[in-house]
Design a protein around this ligand. Structure first.
Ligand SMILES: C[S@@+](CC[C@H](N)C(=O)[O-])C[C@H]1O[C@@H](n2cnc3c(N)ncnc32)[C@H](O)[C@@H]1O
Length: 391
């Protein structure tokens, strides 16, 4: 098995959570940068990281990185690489993504065309043929230029990893699945503790929490483009899928609830829950935030309330935050994790967060306001039962 450098791009602000996920899978982190974590793995690592990483947007194989100040330099240095090691003779190899930041070369369509031409030339020289039909499996190439440094990758995921396969339906402002998972992973929540999203919309946060609570791999219901790659033996994929199946904690106690004022959003949430294979694992119910209450203690609220993107919504959203402050204060032992882009949140909620963390919901900057509740008391030891009776 070879050592491969993998790069997992992620939402800005979740690099530390993603690093922890990668370490937990057993891989060595080699670099953490804004919006990406690099690590070393082998072929099996490609299967396992695609299946398991909840906060990565995709998993890329790094081919090379070099300075490219002109198209000629980009062409020559790309052509020099041993593409045949990765891409078989009959494979499809589109340059499906290009980006450029603060670089001399900025036309992404030209960058894509030059890289494609260079890869074809490199393959021609190796395979001794002039034309490639590209009828085989797909190896998407990504190229990113940052400050005149070009980095070339093969995309192993295909569809972005936030597309778990359960959200066929969504309401108007769903949160990304990867960000919802990051919010849950930023809490010390354990499945036996109560969990409520009182603004659940299409159910993304409760669904991600339930998958975490039951240790279900987020990619269990979908395919990945590298699933058909020739140099990743199918037994590696099978083994990774079997491992994921065997790790599900089917009988874990779970107390996850999702509430919303909008019945149509709740219908979508219930459908998504079934598509995620979580039938009956989450309790979705119509409830106005004003009616929020719970008999449970030491629970968690993790939520993404409306943030008033339209001017006309502004006042109603601010009074909603006031209402949240009022009802949440009755849940004295609970912890709250609230993401919003509205900078007036704390003022209207009526309390300063114990900690604030910058996260990006897509391109939108938001803050995760964290209010920590007390730790539950340690369960009392039954002294009589633990004493050995000596005659
Ligand atoms: C930003 S969306 C949440 C999106 C959700 N995270 C998802 O992934 O679909 C906010 C939700 O708050 C709900 N909402 C608005 N006012 C409410 C209220 N007073 N009580 C409960 N839910 C409310 C809306 O119906 C909407 O679904």
């Amino acid at each position: 098995m070879s050592k491969i450098e993998l790069v997992a791009p992620c939402n800005f602000g979740v690099e530390a959570v993603l690093s922890r996920e990668i370490k937990n899978l057993g891989y060595e982190i080699i670099r953490v940068e804004d919006g990406r974590v690099s690590f070393m793995a082998n072929e099996e690592g490609i299967c396992r990281s695609n299946l398991w990483l909840r906060t990565a947007e995709r998993v890329l194989v790094k081919i090379d990185e070099f300075e490219a100040l002109s198209f000629e330099e980009l062409f020559e240095k790309t052509k020099r690489l041993q593409w045949y090691r990765w891409i078989p003779k009959d494979a499809e190899f589109p340059v499906s993504k290009a980006s450029s930041i603060k670089s001399k070369l900025f036309s992404t369509s030209d960058i894509q065309a030059i890289v494609k031409k260079a890869v074809v030339e490199s393959m021609k020289a190796k395979y001794k043929q002039q034309w490639f039909d590209e009828t085989g499996e797909r190896y998407p190439i990504h190229v990113f230029l940052n400050r005149d440094k070009a980095a070339l990758y093969l995309d192993t995921s295909g569809l972005s990893l936030h597309k778990r396969g359960y959200r066929e339906l969504s309401n108007s402002a769903p949160i990304k699945e990867t960000l919802a998972a990051a919010m849950v992973l930023l809490t010390p929540w354990k499945p036996e503790r109560a969990f409520i999203d009182p603004f659940c919309g299409s159910g993304t946060i409760p669904i991600e929490a339930a998958m975490i609570g039951l240790n279900i791999a987020p990619g269990h219901g979908r395919n990945f483009v590298s699933g058909s790659w020739r140099w990743i033996e199918s037994k590696l994929w099978n083994r990774a899928k079997e491992e994921a199946g065997s790790m599900v904690k089917h009988n874990a106690a779970l107390n996850v609830q999702g509430y919303d004022i909008d019945e149509s959003a709740l219908r979508i949430a219930r459908t998504n829950m079934k598509l995620a294979g979580l039938e009956d694992k989450i309790h979705f119910q119509k409830r106005d935030i004003k009616e929020l209450s719970s008999k449970d203690r030491y629970g968690f609220i993790v939520t993404n309330p409306p943030y008033g993107e339209r001017l006309s919504d502004r006042n109603s959203v601010l009074s909603l935050y006031k209402e949240m402050g009022k009802v949440f204060s009755k849940l004295e032992t609970w912890s709250f994790y609230i993401i919003t882009a509205n900078e007036e949140f704390e003022r209207f909620f009526g309390k300063r967060a114990d900690r604030k963390r910058k996260l990006y919901n897509g391109m939108m900057k938001a803050d995760l306001y964290q209010f920590f509740g007390p730790k539950p008391p340690k369960p009392a030891v039954n002294v009589a039962a633990s004493l050995e009776i000596v005659d």
